[in-house]
Design a protein around this ligand. Sequence first.
Ligand SMILES: NC(=O)c1ccc[n+]([C@@H]2O[C@H](COP(=O)([O-])OP(=O)(O)OC[C@H]3O[C@@H](n4cnc5c(N)ncnc54)[C@H](O)[C@@H]3O)[C@@H](O)[C@H]2O)c1
Length: 282
Amino acid sequence: MTVPPKVGVLGGGRMGAGIAHAFCTAGAAVVVVERDDAAAQAAYERVAGNLARSVERGTTSETLEALTTRLSVSTDYADFAGSGLVVEAVPEDFSLKATALVAVEEQLDHDAWLASNTSSLSVSELAEKLQRPDRFCGLHFFNPVPASTLIEVVLGKRTSGELAAEARTWVADLGKTPVVVNDAPGFASSRLGVAIALEAMRMVEEGVASAEDIDAAMVLGYKHPTGPLKTTDIVGLDVRLGIAEYLASTLGPRFEPPQILRDKVARGELGRKSGKGFFDWS
Ligand SMILES: NC(=O)c1ccc[n+]([C@@H]2O[C@H](COP(=O)([O-])OP(=O)(O)OC[C@H]3O[C@@H](n4cnc5c(N)ncnc54)[C@H](O)[C@@H]3O)[C@@H](O)[C@H]2O)c1
């Protein structure tokens, strides 16, 4: 096992619970720290539920009891003491994350590692707030964590080469594949996924083909499991609009959201969650 014997996870929501599950099944003792007792209890139930499903499916050889013995929850950052790695998974807000990371770092030994599961914020800018920016990187897990085999390892300007190498081995221990990216807006996955989706939207706008046919071109022609427009419906048109606006502001006008996306969001056509997006989900 190369994952540290004790791993902390800050925030036990959708992603944090999945990250805790992943490290626990890889053999680490995991402590999840939440903002209050109710959230900590909910986090425990989420992770324990994930662990129970792994036992039922036979994807782990350990018993549920053995796994949950290594799992604990807390509301006290001091319980991160002794962790070899803490992964932060609180909501996507720069100042919230920066404040939380600084508070976590204060609890850690000088040789501990720190990571953020941010899906869009700059790892280099978060690192500037820390005492030991060389020991910090992004670990961008995908949702749902147990089913996803990809983790983007995001290297900030000051991330050490030692951490870059360590992170690859942790990802392999979690049974997943690392994609190593230098910190840049949208990393690799969001930038490429959104670029294809925006072009697909412009093609609908220009009447090049129907949404069904554009998606079929990518599914059948390029073996994408899901077409770019259906993926947009699943992610949420409002979420993709937000990412496109951010990428346009950082990478330039090639990420400018098409009018059709703005119009659909304004009409409340947000995709699967609202019943209609580029496809009808009712
Ligand atoms: N949901 C996704 O599909 C997805 C995918 C990849 C990355 N991410 C990223 O993962 C991060 C978390 O997203 P999520 O979907 O799990 O959110 P979530 O809202 O489900 O979970 C966030 C958790 O953080 C807790 N929290 C908030 N403030 C806290 C604090 N100060 N201390 C401790 N805990 C605190 C909340 O109680 C909540 O349980 C975000 O940065 C998001 O961008 C999300």
